[in-house]
Write a protein that binds this ligand. Structure first.
Ligand code: GDP
Ligand code: MN
Length: 380
Protein backbone atom coordinates (compact mmCIF):
# COMPACT_ATOMS: atom_id res chain seq x y z
CA UNK A 1 0.00 0.00 0.00
CA UNK A 2 1.40 3.37 -1.07
CA UNK A 3 1.04 6.31 1.29
CA UNK A 4 0.62 9.92 0.35
CA UNK A 5 3.58 12.22 0.93
CA UNK A 6 1.92 13.87 3.94
CA UNK A 7 1.17 10.49 5.54
CA UNK A 8 4.71 9.25 4.97
CA UNK A 9 6.13 12.45 6.42
CA UNK A 10 3.92 12.12 9.48
CA UNK A 11 5.36 8.64 10.07
CA UNK A 12 8.93 9.81 9.41
CA UNK A 13 8.40 12.72 11.79
CA UNK A 14 7.35 10.28 14.52
CA UNK A 15 10.59 8.40 13.86
CA UNK A 16 12.69 11.52 14.40
CA UNK A 17 13.40 12.43 10.77
CA UNK A 18 13.30 16.25 10.42
CA UNK A 19 10.31 17.28 8.27
CA UNK A 20 8.89 20.78 7.72
CA UNK A 21 5.63 21.67 9.48
CA UNK A 22 2.59 21.16 7.24
CA UNK A 23 -1.16 20.57 7.04
CA UNK A 24 -3.21 18.51 4.63
CA UNK A 25 -6.09 20.33 2.89
CA UNK A 26 -9.03 18.97 0.91
CA UNK A 27 -10.37 22.31 -0.30
CA UNK A 28 -9.20 25.79 -1.28
CA UNK A 29 -10.45 27.21 2.02
CA UNK A 30 -8.65 24.59 4.04
CA UNK A 31 -5.46 25.32 2.10
CA UNK A 32 -5.74 29.05 2.81
CA UNK A 33 -6.40 28.37 6.50
CA UNK A 34 -3.41 26.05 6.65
CA UNK A 35 -1.16 28.69 5.07
CA UNK A 36 -2.48 31.28 7.51
CA UNK A 37 -1.75 29.02 10.44
CA UNK A 38 1.76 28.15 9.23
CA UNK A 39 2.54 31.79 8.40
CA UNK A 40 5.12 33.00 5.86
CA UNK A 41 5.81 31.44 2.47
CA UNK A 42 4.47 27.92 1.95
CA UNK A 43 4.64 25.17 -0.66
CA UNK A 44 1.34 23.75 -1.95
CA UNK A 45 1.86 20.16 -3.06
CA UNK A 46 -0.51 17.84 -4.93
CA UNK A 47 -1.00 14.55 -3.05
CA UNK A 48 -1.14 11.67 -5.52
CA UNK A 49 0.26 8.15 -5.57
CA UNK A 50 2.80 8.97 -8.27
CA UNK A 51 6.01 10.94 -8.62
CA UNK A 52 6.95 13.74 -10.99
CA UNK A 53 4.44 16.15 -9.45
CA UNK A 54 6.96 18.98 -9.68
CA UNK A 55 7.28 18.62 -13.46
CA UNK A 56 3.50 18.29 -13.85
CA UNK A 57 2.87 21.65 -12.14
CA UNK A 58 1.57 20.03 -8.97
CA UNK A 59 3.99 21.88 -6.65
CA UNK A 60 3.92 25.64 -6.13
CA UNK A 61 5.84 27.88 -3.76
CA UNK A 62 3.72 30.89 -2.70
CA UNK A 63 4.16 33.86 -0.35
CA UNK A 64 0.99 33.84 1.71
CA UNK A 65 -2.53 32.51 2.27
CA UNK A 66 -3.91 34.29 -0.81
CA UNK A 67 -1.23 32.66 -2.95
CA UNK A 68 -1.94 29.29 -1.31
CA UNK A 69 -5.61 29.55 -2.11
CA UNK A 70 -4.86 30.35 -5.79
CA UNK A 71 -2.37 27.48 -6.00
CA UNK A 72 -4.82 25.06 -4.33
CA UNK A 73 -7.57 26.13 -6.75
CA UNK A 74 -5.26 25.25 -9.67
CA UNK A 75 -3.92 22.02 -8.21
CA UNK A 76 -7.06 20.43 -6.70
CA UNK A 77 -8.78 18.42 -9.42
CA UNK A 78 -5.66 18.42 -11.60
CA UNK A 79 -4.83 15.19 -13.42
CA UNK A 80 -1.28 13.93 -12.81
CA UNK A 81 -0.45 10.80 -14.81
CA UNK A 82 -4.04 9.59 -14.55
CA UNK A 83 -4.43 10.43 -10.84
CA UNK A 84 -6.95 13.12 -9.92
CA UNK A 85 -5.71 15.40 -7.14
CA UNK A 86 -8.17 15.29 -4.23
CA UNK A 87 -5.97 16.82 -1.53
CA UNK A 88 -2.94 19.09 -1.23
CA UNK A 89 -0.28 19.35 1.42
CA UNK A 90 0.52 22.86 2.56
CA UNK A 91 3.97 22.97 4.05
CA UNK A 92 6.25 25.74 5.30
CA UNK A 93 8.63 26.62 2.47
CA UNK A 94 12.26 25.56 2.77
CA UNK A 95 15.30 27.47 1.62
CA UNK A 96 17.03 24.69 -0.29
CA UNK A 97 20.79 24.71 -0.79
CA UNK A 98 21.23 21.14 -2.09
CA UNK A 99 19.02 18.20 -2.96
CA UNK A 100 20.11 14.67 -2.03
CA UNK A 101 18.44 11.32 -2.62
CA UNK A 102 17.97 8.82 0.22
CA UNK A 103 16.11 5.54 0.34
CA UNK A 104 15.77 2.18 2.01
CA UNK A 105 14.20 -0.54 -0.14
CA UNK A 106 13.68 -4.24 0.18
CA UNK A 107 16.17 -5.90 -2.18
CA UNK A 108 14.32 -9.13 -2.92
CA UNK A 109 17.22 -10.64 -4.88
CA UNK A 110 19.61 -10.16 -1.95
CA UNK A 111 16.88 -10.95 0.59
CA UNK A 112 17.77 -7.94 2.70
CA UNK A 113 17.18 -4.21 2.92
CA UNK A 114 19.27 -1.90 0.77
CA UNK A 115 20.05 1.67 1.79
CA UNK A 116 20.93 4.18 -0.93
CA UNK A 117 22.22 7.71 -0.86
CA UNK A 118 23.10 10.08 -3.66
CA UNK A 119 24.27 13.65 -3.84
CA UNK A 120 22.28 13.97 -7.08
CA UNK A 121 18.79 14.15 -5.63
CA UNK A 122 15.76 16.05 -6.84
CA UNK A 123 15.52 14.46 -10.26
CA UNK A 124 14.23 11.07 -11.31
CA UNK A 125 16.28 8.42 -9.66
CA UNK A 126 15.94 6.18 -12.73
CA UNK A 127 17.66 8.93 -14.70
CA UNK A 128 20.48 9.29 -12.15
CA UNK A 129 20.95 5.52 -12.14
CA UNK A 130 21.09 5.37 -15.94
CA UNK A 131 23.29 8.34 -16.63
CA UNK A 132 25.50 8.31 -13.54
CA UNK A 133 25.55 4.74 -12.25
CA UNK A 134 28.37 5.55 -9.85
CA UNK A 135 26.48 8.42 -8.24
CA UNK A 136 24.35 6.27 -5.97
CA UNK A 137 26.07 4.80 -2.92
CA UNK A 138 24.56 1.54 -1.70
CA UNK A 139 24.86 -0.68 1.35
CA UNK A 140 22.94 -3.80 2.25
CA UNK A 141 21.82 -4.24 5.84
CA UNK A 142 21.93 -7.57 7.59
CA UNK A 143 18.46 -7.66 9.16
CA UNK A 144 19.73 -9.68 12.11
CA UNK A 145 22.48 -7.19 12.93
CA UNK A 146 20.39 -4.13 12.12
CA UNK A 147 21.73 -0.67 11.47
CA UNK A 148 25.17 0.49 12.58
CA UNK A 149 26.46 4.02 12.40
CA UNK A 150 29.38 3.06 10.17
CA UNK A 151 26.89 2.22 7.40
CA UNK A 152 25.65 5.81 7.42
CA UNK A 153 29.19 7.18 7.44
CA UNK A 154 30.13 4.91 4.57
CA UNK A 155 27.11 6.05 2.51
CA UNK A 156 27.90 9.72 3.19
CA UNK A 157 31.56 9.22 2.30
CA UNK A 158 30.84 7.22 -0.86
CA UNK A 159 28.35 9.83 -2.08
CA UNK A 160 31.12 12.41 -1.87
CA UNK A 161 29.34 14.53 0.73
CA UNK A 162 31.49 17.03 2.57
CA UNK A 163 32.55 15.86 6.04
CA UNK A 164 30.39 18.48 7.78
CA UNK A 165 27.20 16.94 6.31
CA UNK A 166 28.17 13.41 7.33
CA UNK A 167 26.71 13.28 10.85
CA UNK A 168 23.30 14.80 9.98
CA UNK A 169 22.89 12.65 6.85
CA UNK A 170 23.97 9.46 8.61
CA UNK A 171 21.51 10.20 11.39
CA UNK A 172 18.70 10.53 8.82
CA UNK A 173 19.73 7.24 7.17
CA UNK A 174 19.58 5.48 10.55
CA UNK A 175 16.08 6.88 11.18
CA UNK A 176 14.92 5.87 7.68
CA UNK A 177 16.08 2.32 8.31
CA UNK A 178 14.30 2.31 11.66
CA UNK A 179 11.11 3.55 9.98
CA UNK A 180 11.49 0.85 7.29
CA UNK A 181 11.67 -1.85 9.98
CA UNK A 182 9.07 -0.53 12.43
CA UNK A 183 6.43 0.25 9.80
CA UNK A 184 7.24 -2.95 7.85
CA UNK A 185 7.74 -1.00 4.66
CA UNK A 186 9.08 -2.27 1.35
CA UNK A 187 10.17 1.23 0.36
CA UNK A 188 11.01 4.43 2.22
CA UNK A 189 12.27 7.02 -0.25
CA UNK A 190 13.13 10.65 0.38
CA UNK A 191 13.79 12.67 -2.77
CA UNK A 192 14.84 15.32 -2.20
CA UNK A 193 16.50 15.01 1.16
CA UNK A 194 17.30 18.71 1.30
CA UNK A 195 20.26 20.49 2.80
CA UNK A 196 18.88 23.91 3.74
CA UNK A 197 20.73 27.21 3.55
CA UNK A 198 21.16 27.09 7.34
CA UNK A 199 22.75 23.63 7.12
CA UNK A 200 19.82 21.60 8.45
CA UNK A 201 19.00 18.34 6.64
CA UNK A 202 15.24 17.78 6.13
CA UNK A 203 13.02 15.35 4.24
CA UNK A 204 11.13 17.40 1.63
CA UNK A 205 9.37 14.50 -0.04
CA UNK A 206 8.49 10.98 1.04
CA UNK A 207 7.34 7.86 -0.71
CA UNK A 208 6.49 5.09 1.71
CA UNK A 209 5.13 1.73 0.61
CA UNK A 210 3.85 -0.48 3.42
CA UNK A 211 3.79 -4.24 2.99
CA UNK A 212 0.12 -5.22 2.55
CA UNK A 213 0.80 -8.55 4.23
CA UNK A 214 1.88 -6.78 7.41
CA UNK A 215 -0.97 -4.25 7.53
CA UNK A 216 -2.93 -6.31 10.04
CA UNK A 217 -0.25 -5.35 12.55
CA UNK A 218 -0.51 -1.63 11.71
CA UNK A 219 -4.05 -0.38 12.13
CA UNK A 220 -2.82 3.22 11.98
CA UNK A 221 -1.25 2.73 8.54
CA UNK A 222 -4.13 0.60 7.23
CA UNK A 223 -6.46 3.43 8.26
CA UNK A 224 -4.57 5.81 5.97
CA UNK A 225 -5.89 4.10 2.85
CA UNK A 226 -7.71 6.55 0.60
CA UNK A 227 -10.70 4.54 -0.54
CA UNK A 228 -11.68 7.20 -3.08
CA UNK A 229 -8.34 6.81 -4.91
CA UNK A 230 -8.50 3.02 -5.06
CA UNK A 231 -9.41 1.17 -8.20
CA UNK A 232 -13.08 0.12 -7.80
CA UNK A 233 -12.47 -3.55 -8.68
CA UNK A 234 -9.42 -3.83 -6.43
CA UNK A 235 -11.34 -2.20 -3.59
CA UNK A 236 -14.25 -4.59 -4.09
CA UNK A 237 -11.85 -7.57 -4.11
CA UNK A 238 -10.26 -6.36 -0.87
CA UNK A 239 -13.68 -6.02 0.79
CA UNK A 240 -14.55 -9.58 -0.23
CA UNK A 241 -11.16 -11.03 0.64
CA UNK A 242 -10.52 -12.09 -2.97
CA UNK A 243 -6.92 -12.30 -4.28
CA UNK A 244 -7.21 -10.08 -7.34
CA UNK A 245 -4.96 -7.89 -9.45
CA UNK A 246 -6.46 -5.76 -12.18
CA UNK A 247 -4.83 -5.85 -15.61
CA UNK A 248 -5.91 -3.96 -18.70
CA UNK A 249 -7.24 -6.56 -21.12
CA UNK A 250 -10.73 -7.98 -21.74
CA UNK A 251 -10.44 -11.69 -20.84
CA UNK A 252 -11.46 -12.15 -17.21
CA UNK A 253 -9.34 -14.92 -15.69
CA UNK A 254 -10.11 -17.07 -12.70
CA UNK A 255 -8.22 -20.12 -11.50
CA UNK A 256 -7.36 -22.10 -8.40
CA UNK A 257 -3.81 -21.53 -7.23
CA UNK A 258 -1.51 -18.60 -7.96
CA UNK A 259 0.80 -20.65 -10.20
CA UNK A 260 -2.05 -21.90 -12.35
CA UNK A 261 -3.49 -18.39 -12.70
CA UNK A 262 -0.08 -17.05 -13.72
CA UNK A 263 0.21 -19.68 -16.45
CA UNK A 264 -3.37 -18.96 -17.49
CA UNK A 265 -2.36 -15.36 -18.14
CA UNK A 266 0.44 -16.72 -20.32
CA UNK A 267 -1.78 -19.05 -22.36
CA UNK A 268 -4.30 -16.26 -22.90
CA UNK A 269 -1.50 -14.00 -24.14
CA UNK A 270 -0.16 -16.86 -26.28
CA UNK A 271 -3.56 -17.29 -27.89
CA UNK A 272 -3.43 -13.60 -28.83
CA UNK A 273 -5.65 -12.28 -26.06
CA UNK A 274 -5.24 -9.85 -23.20
CA UNK A 275 -6.10 -10.84 -19.62
CA UNK A 276 -8.31 -8.40 -17.69
CA UNK A 277 -7.15 -9.59 -14.28
CA UNK A 278 -5.42 -12.12 -12.09
CA UNK A 279 -7.80 -13.86 -9.71
CA UNK A 280 -6.97 -16.83 -7.52
CA UNK A 281 -9.95 -18.48 -5.83
CA UNK A 282 -7.57 -20.66 -3.86
CA UNK A 283 -7.83 -24.33 -2.96
CA UNK A 284 -11.14 -25.98 -2.16
CA UNK A 285 -13.21 -23.08 -3.53
CA UNK A 286 -16.91 -23.35 -2.65
CA UNK A 287 -19.91 -21.90 -4.47
CA UNK A 288 -20.08 -18.78 -2.28
CA UNK A 289 -16.42 -17.89 -3.03
CA UNK A 290 -17.02 -18.34 -6.75
CA UNK A 291 -19.98 -15.97 -6.62
CA UNK A 292 -17.82 -13.40 -4.81
CA UNK A 293 -15.00 -13.80 -7.33
CA UNK A 294 -17.32 -13.51 -10.33
CA UNK A 295 -18.90 -10.40 -8.85
CA UNK A 296 -15.49 -8.74 -8.83
CA UNK A 297 -14.60 -9.86 -12.37
CA UNK A 298 -17.94 -8.86 -13.92
CA UNK A 299 -17.88 -5.41 -12.28
CA UNK A 300 -15.02 -4.51 -14.64
CA UNK A 301 -16.77 -3.06 -17.72
CA UNK A 302 -13.86 -4.06 -19.99
CA UNK A 303 -14.40 -7.78 -19.46
CA UNK A 304 -15.94 -9.49 -22.52
CA UNK A 305 -15.42 -13.13 -21.60
CA UNK A 306 -14.55 -15.12 -18.48
CA UNK A 307 -12.07 -17.96 -18.50
CA UNK A 308 -12.38 -20.44 -15.62
CA UNK A 309 -9.26 -22.55 -15.32
CA UNK A 310 -9.57 -25.22 -12.64
CA UNK A 311 -7.19 -28.02 -11.90
CA UNK A 312 -8.86 -30.13 -9.27
CA UNK A 313 -6.71 -31.46 -6.45
CA UNK A 314 -8.23 -30.55 -3.11
CA UNK A 315 -10.63 -28.46 -5.16
CA UNK A 316 -13.37 -30.69 -6.57
CA UNK A 317 -14.49 -29.94 -10.12
CA UNK A 318 -18.17 -30.76 -9.36
CA UNK A 319 -18.12 -28.24 -6.50
CA UNK A 320 -16.69 -25.59 -8.83
CA UNK A 321 -19.26 -26.43 -11.54
CA UNK A 322 -22.04 -25.95 -8.98
CA UNK A 323 -20.48 -22.65 -7.96
CA UNK A 324 -20.37 -21.46 -11.57
CA UNK A 325 -24.00 -22.42 -12.17
CA UNK A 326 -25.11 -20.74 -8.93
CA UNK A 327 -23.17 -17.58 -9.77
CA UNK A 328 -24.51 -17.39 -13.34
CA UNK A 329 -28.01 -17.72 -11.93
CA UNK A 330 -27.61 -15.32 -8.98
CA UNK A 331 -25.66 -12.65 -10.83
CA UNK A 332 -27.57 -13.16 -14.11
CA UNK A 333 -24.30 -13.31 -16.03
CA UNK A 334 -24.77 -13.07 -19.79
CA UNK A 335 -21.08 -12.81 -20.69
CA UNK A 336 -19.63 -15.93 -22.27
CA UNK A 337 -17.84 -18.19 -19.79
CA UNK A 338 -15.29 -20.76 -20.90
CA UNK A 339 -14.63 -23.50 -18.38
CA UNK A 340 -11.78 -25.93 -18.22
CA UNK A 341 -12.28 -28.50 -15.49
CA UNK A 342 -9.53 -31.04 -15.03
CA UNK A 343 -8.63 -33.30 -12.09
CA UNK A 344 -10.67 -34.48 -9.11
CA UNK A 345 -14.30 -35.23 -10.11
CA UNK A 346 -13.82 -33.80 -13.61
CA UNK A 347 -16.51 -36.01 -15.17
CA UNK A 348 -19.11 -34.98 -12.60
CA UNK A 349 -18.16 -31.33 -13.07
CA UNK A 350 -18.31 -31.43 -16.84
CA UNK A 351 -21.64 -33.23 -16.89
CA UNK A 352 -23.16 -30.73 -14.47
CA UNK A 353 -22.20 -27.96 -16.89
CA UNK A 354 -23.45 -29.94 -19.91
CA UNK A 355 -26.77 -30.82 -18.23
CA UNK A 356 -27.42 -27.20 -17.28
CA UNK A 357 -27.32 -26.44 -21.03
CA UNK A 358 -26.58 -22.75 -20.56
CA UNK A 359 -26.04 -20.96 -23.86
CA UNK A 360 -23.18 -18.78 -22.59
CA UNK A 361 -21.20 -21.46 -20.74
CA UNK A 362 -18.68 -23.44 -22.83
CA UNK A 363 -16.67 -26.38 -21.61
CA UNK A 364 -13.23 -27.23 -23.01
CA UNK A 365 -11.12 -30.22 -22.03
CA UNK A 366 -7.71 -28.52 -22.13
CA UNK A 367 -6.23 -25.24 -20.99
CA UNK A 368 -4.99 -24.29 -24.48
CA UNK A 369 -8.29 -25.08 -26.18
CA UNK A 370 -10.11 -23.08 -23.51
CA UNK A 371 -7.75 -20.11 -23.94
CA UNK A 372 -8.29 -20.14 -27.70
CA UNK A 373 -12.05 -20.31 -27.29
CA UNK A 374 -12.01 -17.47 -24.73
CA UNK A 375 -9.87 -15.24 -26.93
CA UNK A 376 -12.09 -15.94 -29.95
CA UNK A 377 -15.19 -15.06 -27.93
CA UNK A 378 -13.58 -11.85 -26.63
CA UNK A 379 -12.98 -10.76 -30.21
CA UNK A 380 -16.45 -11.79 -31.39
P1 GDP B 1 7.95 15.16 -6.94
O1 GDP B 1 8.23 15.99 -8.15
O2 GDP B 1 6.62 14.48 -7.05
O3 GDP B 1 9.03 14.20 -6.61
O4 GDP B 1 7.80 16.19 -5.70
P2 GDP B 1 8.88 16.75 -4.65
O5 GDP B 1 8.23 16.84 -3.33
O6 GDP B 1 10.14 15.98 -4.71
O7 GDP B 1 9.12 18.22 -5.13
C1 GDP B 1 9.73 18.52 -6.37
C2 GDP B 1 10.63 19.71 -6.24
O8 GDP B 1 9.89 20.83 -5.72
C3 GDP B 1 11.74 19.50 -5.24
O9 GDP B 1 12.84 18.82 -5.79
C4 GDP B 1 12.09 20.93 -4.87
O10 GDP B 1 13.00 21.45 -5.80
C5 GDP B 1 10.75 21.66 -5.00
N1 GDP B 1 10.25 21.90 -3.64
C6 GDP B 1 9.56 21.05 -2.84
N2 GDP B 1 9.35 21.60 -1.62
C7 GDP B 1 9.96 22.81 -1.66
C8 GDP B 1 10.13 23.87 -0.72
O11 GDP B 1 9.71 23.83 0.43
N3 GDP B 1 10.80 24.99 -1.15
C9 GDP B 1 11.29 25.10 -2.39
N4 GDP B 1 11.93 26.21 -2.75
N5 GDP B 1 11.16 24.14 -3.30
C10 GDP B 1 10.51 23.01 -2.94
MN1 MN C 1 10.32 13.90 -5.10
Amino acid sequence: MDLYEHQGKELLGCMGVPVPAGRVAFSVDEAAAAAEELGGPVVVKAQVHTGGRGKAGGIRVVDDAAGASRAAADILGMDIKGHTVGRVYVEEASDIARELYAAVVLDRAEKRPLAMLSSMGGMDVEEIAREHPGAIARVHIDPLLGWSDYLGRRLAFESGLAADLGPAVSEVMARLYEAFVIYEATLVEVNPLAVLADGRVVALDCKLTADDNALFRHADIAGMRDVSAADPQEQMARDRGVTYVKLDGDVGVLGNGAGLVMSTLDVVANAGGRPANFLDVGGGAKAEEIVQALEVITSDPKVRVIFFNIFGGITRCDEVARGILTAVDQLRITLPIVVRLDGTNQEEGRSLIAEAGLQNVYSEPTMTAAAERAVALAGA
